[in-house]
Design a protein. Sequence first.
Length: 322
Amino acid sequence: MNRPIRLGVVMDPIDTIKPQKDSTLAMLLAAQKRGWELHYAELQDLYLRDGAPMGKWAPLQVRSDNADWFTRGESVARGLGELDVILMRKDPPFDMEYIYSTYILERAEQAGALVVNRPQGLRDMNEKVYTAWFADCCAPTLITRDMADMHAFQREHGKIVCKPLYGMGGRSVFVIDSGDKNAQVIFETLTEYGSRYAIVQRYLPEIVSGGDARVILVDGDPVPFALARIPSASDNRGNLAAGASGVTRPLSERDRWLAAQIGPRLREAGMLFVGLDVIGDFVTEINVTSPTGIREIDKQCGTDIAGLLMDAIERRLAARVD
């Protein structure tokens, strides 16, 4: 390729991010360092015209400056196929609007753009439900709308975790002890009285000491360090957004085994940047929609995870040319 790689990013408003923590900004900085052209859009800027995938893209420059981290130019309509790669970094919720955007991005893929992560995978791999494809890697799990079955699962396992299938950042995650009189109302709330699916998992006590570890996979291969998110003394949730503290640690043999079971399937499906949530010996979620955590790992371990992703993107683009 005799010109700079053209990279488009679809993300939440860039002026609202926390630049010191934002993984998308780290990716943009890594791409810009390589001389790539950056183009910025938000979800509402994508559209289809007579079947052609289009977007209103603004030229973008980024800086490693927590007070002044970007300069954005005027938006110009252009076909999504004119871009070499598109990073889909819109945060959940994974609602119908998100799904509609994956149709547009799939048309962009058909027009020649490399979309990271692949739109079909974003639709197919719900972050909670997709664990069912790797049951040997997971703690006992029930996905159901039936509240009686939830009660039976709780009687079998005692302490459990219950959460919706569409959330992020620890939202609406409940830890329910055996005999908790709030269990019924929690099940009613999460299932909307049996009209919506929710997930129930056996509680893993290792979260207290070892945290909820984020293991990053880049094109199926694990980064050598995980970010263990330790719940605060006043909360059960291992989410940074819920007040957990992030501490890095080398991957364990079990982490590497889990990555070896899941990573190749993700690589084959075109999912270049994925976060596994691991508590103790088990995967609890497979995060494909805008995974985070790389700034904390880079800062504590001296890694360059965004650079590894750009390497993977370059390999994918080169393979297309070859």
